[in-house]
Design a protein around this ligand. Sequence first.
Ligand SMILES: Cc1cc2nc3c(=O)[nH]c(=O)nc-3n(C[C@H](O)[C@H](O)[C@H](O)COP(=O)(O)O)c2cc1C
Length: 164
Amino acid sequence: MIIKEIASRRSIRQFTDEPVSDEDLEEIVKAAQFAPTERNTRAWEFVIVRDQKIKDKIFEGFEQPFLAKAPALIIPVIDEVKTTLPIQDLSIASAFIFLQVEALGLGAVWKNVNGERAEKIKEILNIPDNFMIINIIPLGHPAQKLPPHQESEFQKEKIHLDKW
Ligand SMILES: Cc1cc2nc3c(=O)[nH]c(=O)nc-3n(C[C@H](O)[C@H](O)[C@H](O)COP(=O)(O)O)c2cc1C
């Protein structure tokens, strides 16, 4: 049976003003650090932003500026000198973040960033050049309720047994 957080997790883009506690943020980053990594390199670091001025700066010019209202942002970053599979390691760490966020009754969304925008965010946050960033994860207490994933979304025909 699917664990309940996998079914109930949805992308949350509206948040209440209630702050996210230090304890919850620590648990969330801990979950990310329990994720598998290439050759166990554990080359990631996690930047947490709660300062509204910095959040506003990050989301300046974004097509989803309202995400800056999230009480906290987690920006997972990874040292490209230490790993050869940065996107994979960042992605699975992000997945673990989403599941722990859900388990704590919080909500989050993957805000994709790349190219010049990723570089600008690195500059705003003083992230060294050798670190890659692929997303920002705004999180907080949900101000919207979305239905859990349903059994009907399961597409059994996407399973190919032995051969395509
Ligand atoms: C690689 C990736 C990039 C995404 N980029 C964005 C984004 O830039 N903005 C956004 O609001 N949601 C983004 N999402 C969230 C998806 O829109 C969302 O996961 C999808 O619509 C399914 O909804 P659910 O997460 O509620 O199940 C992204 C998700 C992934 C995995």
